[in-house]
Structures are given as structure tokens and as C-alpha cells.
Design a protein around this ligand. Structure first.
Ligand code: HEC
Ligand code: HEC
Ligand code: HEC
Length: 129
């Protein structure tokens, strides 16, 4: 029993310490991995802007899967639109119904200002650089 209690206390302390360390590094991680709003055209064309969940993708793929063959590593540097996606470029390299779902449910990507499909995005935008 004593051993058990010691273990529990250690775990709680460990969680507290790693929590602090994580908070300490969070701002930098946010700048690189937080959701990125892509909105060069969408708003102008009456579509909700796109919330790209960077972290969600980053934990599933190596950076090299996207950078820099598919996307230049700079916010706003890629001219993405529905025709490139439908032709299998940009998001369409994977969102083609094979590697990931096809771009048919518009609200899955065009979700800024409301996420009708209740996805796991954090809804926080990376701070401007
Ligand atoms: C896989 C994610 C994804 C899905 C699903 C998706 N889009 Fe997009 N769409 C984008 C991205 C990224 C852009 C570029 C946004 C920008 O820069 O403004 C875009 C841009 C657009 C634009 C503006 C540029 C253009 O191509 O005319 C329209 C309109 C648009 N989408 C409509 C739709 C409609 C309608 C659907 C559903 C049939 C849809 N999208 C589904 C990701 C997606
Ligand atoms: C599924 C594709 C994908 C993966 C995997 C990915 N990224 Fe990205 N990344 C993007 C897209 C899309 C953008 C936004 C490009 C744009 O706005 O035109 C971006 C933007 C960036 C930016 C610029 C952010 C800014 O604010 O300008 C950095 C830095 C970055 N990625 C780093 C990484 C790193 C490091 C990894 C691996 C740990 C990674 N990315 C993995 C798709 C990806
Ligand atoms: C390297 C492959 C790849 C690329 C490129 C890619 N995605 Fe994805 N994406 C995935 C996979 C795999 C999933 C998970 C699919 C599933 O759960 O069935 C996913 C899921 C998503 C989700 C749902 C996240 C959630 O919380 O469930 C969104 C939104 C999304 N992608 C948007 C985009 C947009 C916008 C782009 C282009 C800017 C893009 N993706 C480019 C592979 C990719």
C-alpha cells in the first residue's frame, strides 16, 4: 500500500513537472504547429475560410510528406484552390478518397467561424510572425 501511494505521488509530481515544461515550450510549438487559416480566396468567393489542423497532420506524417514538395513552409505562400485539390495536388494529394477522405464535405475544411462537423481542431490560430 505504501509503495502504491509513493507511486501515485511520484506520478502526480511527474505530471506537474512535465506540464510546466510543456507550457514553457508551448508558444514556439504553437507558432509552427497550430491550426493555420488558409484564406487567399475563400472569403472573397463567399466560402468559409479553411482551418488547416497542422498538428493533427504533423503527428501522422513526417514533415517531408508535405514540405516542401507539396507545400512551401510558409503561411500564405501556396496558391491552393479547389481545382488544384480536385486534380490531386495540395490537400488533394491525400484527400482523394484513398489516403484520406475525398473533398466532398465542404465543411470539413471550410470550418472557420463554426465547425459543424465537430472535428478535433483546436480552433486557435498560430500567432502572426
Ligand atoms: C480537403 C479540404 C477541403 C475541402 C473538403 C473543400 N475545400 Fe474548398 N478549399 C480548400 C482550400 C485549402 C482552399 C484554398 C483557400 C484559400 O486560400 O482561400 C479552398 C478554396 C475554395 C474556394 C475558393 C477558391 C476556388 O477554388 O474557387 C471555393 C469556392 C471552395 N474552396 C469551395 C469548396 C466547396 C464547394 C467544397 C465542397 C464541395 C470544398 N471547397 C471542399 C480546401 C477544401
Ligand atoms: C499534411 C501536410 C503537412 C505536414 C505533414 C506538415 N505541414 Fe507544415 N504546413 C502545411 C501547410 C498546408 C502549411 C500552410 C501553407 C500555406 O499557408 O500556404 C504549413 C506551414 C508550415 C509552416 C509555416 C508556418 C507559418 O506560420 O508561416 C511551418 C514552419 C511548418 N509548416 C513546419 C512544419 C514542420 C516542422 C512539420 C513536421 C514536424 C510540418 N510542418 C508538417 C502542411 C504540412
Ligand atoms: C500527406 C497527406 C495529407 C495532406 C497533404 C493533407 N491531409 Fe488532411 N488529413 C490527412 C489524413 C490521413 C487525415 C485523417 C483522415 C481520417 O481520419 O480519416 C486528414 C484529416 C484532415 C482533417 C480532419 C481533422 C480532424 O480533426 O479530424 C482536416 C480538416 C484536413 N485533413 C484538412 C486538410 C487540408 C485543408 C489540407 C490542405 C491544406 C490537408 N488536409 C492536406 C492527410 C492529409
Amino acid at each position: 500500500m505504501r509503495h502504491f501511494r509513493f507511486l501515485m505521488v511520484s506520478l502526480v509530481l511527474l505530471a506537474a513537472v512535465t506540464g510546466l515544461v510543456w507550457v514553457g515550450f508551448a508558444p514556439k510549438a504553437d507558432a509552427e504547429y497550430a491550426d493555420i487559416i488558409i484564406n487567399k480566396h475563400a472569403d472573397k468567393e463567399g466560402m468559409q475560410p479553411v482551418m488547416f489542423p497542422h498538428w493533427f497532420h504533423r503527428i501522422r506524417f513526417k514533415c517531408k510528406a508535405c514540405h516542401e514538395d507539396i507545400f512551401i513552409m510558409k503561411r500564405g505562400a501556396n496558391d491552393i484552390n479547389m481545382s488544384t485539390i480536385m486534380k490531386g495536388n495540395h490537400c488533394g494529394k491525400c484527400h482523394n478518397g484513398r489516403i484520406a477522405w475525398a473533398p466532398l464535405q465542404c465543411g470539413l475544411c471550410h470550418s472557420v467561424g463554426g465547425n459543424p462537423d465537430g472535428l478535433l481542431t483546436t480552433g486557435t490560430q498560430a500567432p502572426p510572425k
